[in-house]
Unconditional design. Structure first.
Lengths: 185, 185
């Protein structure tokens, strides 16, 4: 399976690989248990600190782990992992070890206990910033504390879920930097 | 400028054009004033009803209008509008009429007062579902009440912001319907 060479990445640039709306894989751990879930419902909520809101169903096994550990890793997969993403989505961490079942490599993180997924293009170690909305809105607010992004390619072919078993993959890049006011960049 | 033939669209399929994470244009109106803002920080929060969370800065002129009217239209532009999107992002509705300045056509909606943008591929009329988090999190929760989507193409080239004046455009489609459990579709 394809793996990426990772490098440290400025935290406030993490939005580059989150804000475009890709499916991400949430890595979690508590005690000896680890899990991975797919997530498409997330949004940036602040650049500095890097805050990311996401929606986790009450039924998801990951919910239990992240509520206990208050940590997760947001891993950004690329198109080569699309089948693995679907398998992760269609199985439960309550029944299987997804790292083992889907041949993914857990990597120790620097700042938290949950594992990175080596095969993913970008990884963001997160601490739970605010859990006040979990019960009423199922909304978790994460603070990115350490980011890694592959050295190449610069523009990854991320996958974006359309529902109904269908994905869109990241296409061409368009640069309009010169049209922006300096303070808007 | 390119316009789309619109048709009514099932509300619970609206996620198809939101969840992939495109830049959207928020149309708003209050009394005789209308406005348009760009938005990249949004996420699905429920399918039925179609709930969408989004982040609107306190400084945005749109914030005033939507707080007063409790309505907005989420318009999904495609790549042909990328320059217009940048211009909308780099100007303020407090100073100009963006529909007029950028040659966009406001269209009357069915269920609410804010205007659709004719030139956009998909449109979702929304009512403010919950404003409780506006002050603490700048988070608005919208309920889609009526959707329109162009008859073609089926897979629009939406634009996705990477920050720093750069966009990714929607690329190829990948279908994995058969790999999903029926209850996951």
């Amino acid at each position: 399976m394809h793996t990426y060479r990772k490098r440290d990445y400025p935290l406030n640039d993490a939005r580059r690989h989150i804000e475009t709306g890709p499916i991400v894989l949430i890595g979690s751990a508590h005690k000896r248990e680890t899990n991975i879930m797919t997530m498409g419902w997330h949004m940036m909520m602040e650049l500095e600190p890097a805050l990311i809101g996401c929606y986790i169903w009450t039924e998801n096994h990951t919910r239990k782990l992240v509520m206990a550990s208050k940590e997760c890793v947001i891993n950004v997969p690329t198109v080569d992992l699309v089948d693995t993403v679907v398998k992760i989505d269609n199985s439960s961490g309550a029944e299987i070890d997804k790292f083992e079942a889907f041949d993914l490599t857990p990597v120790k993180t620097t700042k938290i206990g949950a594992p990175l997924i080596k095969e993913c293009y970008a990884k963001l170690e997160c601490r739970l910033h605010d859990a006040r909305l979990v019960r009423t809105y199922r909304r978790f607010l994460w603070e990115g504390v350490k980011a890694y992004v592959a050295t190449s390619p610069k523009n990854p072919r991320t996958i974006h879920f359309r529902g109904n078993g269908e994905f869109m993959t990241a296409g061409e890049t368009i640069i309009r930097r010169r049209m922006f006011k300096p303070e808007m960049l």
